[in-house]
Design a protein around this ligand. Structure first.
Ligand code: VGL
Ligand code: ZN
Length: 200
């Protein structure tokens, strides 16, 4: 049975909202709309970017590297971010206005050596987070994604979800993007090519 629907609320955390370490413009503006959407789904899952201090995706862990530059990791190119969503920090907490009474919280990015944009796989594209199995064992076949950031974690999660066989919708008006060097345009193409449905 795979006829159940889930809302996946991606990384609506203080560090991705205005005032945060990796602020996404308007990141906080989507919170009321996400809260209002919750009752329409059979299941609600929140993801939380969750990095140990000194994480390999932080520019500060690479001497001389500027934030937002790109480096080569064993698993491929990796953007180096400002320190963000450090485990236990205020920035890693969900936005205080967000309803967090969902069924499950999936944390990702806790492996010091691998970043994890997607809620399904780490950036090596092989290490699973466990979300796929969780959804399947609950009979969920349809997922709608909202949250931050549209061109990184929402995009990677949506594309992986579609590849795993889920019916995936991204509700664009409840997402905001970082838009780094054309990343938003690339993300829209990738999601379209993967068969993700994009709603306004
Ligand atoms: C994200 C960059 C680094 C995201 C997380 O949630 O989109 N972006 N870590
Ligand atoms: Zn991160």
């Amino acid at each position: 049975m795979t006829d159940r629907s889930a809302l996946l609320i991606i990384d609506v955390q203080n560090d991705f909202c205005p005032g945060g370490a990796l602020a996404v413009a308007g990141g906080d503006a989507i919170v009321p709309g996400i809260n209002a959407l919750i009752p329409a789904f059979d299941a609600v899952i929140l993801s939380q970017d969750w990095h140990p201090a000194g994480h390999s995706s932080f520019a500060s862990s690479h001497p001389g590297a500027a934030p937002f530059s790109v480096t080569e990791m064993p698993y491929g190119p990796q953007v180096l971010w400002p320190d963000h969503c450090v485990i236990g920090s205020h920035g890693a907490e969900f936005h205080p206005g967000l309803r967090t009474d969902g069924d499950m919280i999936i944390r990702k990015g806790f492996n010091p050596a691998i970043d994890s944009y997607s809620a399904f796989f780490e950036n090596d594209h092989t290490t699973e987070t466990g979300l796929d199995g969780y959804l399947r064992s609950r009979g969920i076949g349809r997922i709608t994604l909202v949250g931050l950031a549209l061109d990184f974690c929402v995009n990677y999660s949506a594309v992986d979800g579609a590849r795993l066989g889920f019916d995936v919708t991204v509700q664009q008006d409840l997402c905001r993007a970082i838009d780094l060097d054309g990343s938003l345009h690339a993300a829209m193409s990738a999601m379209g090519a993967a068969g993700v449905m994009l709603t306004a």
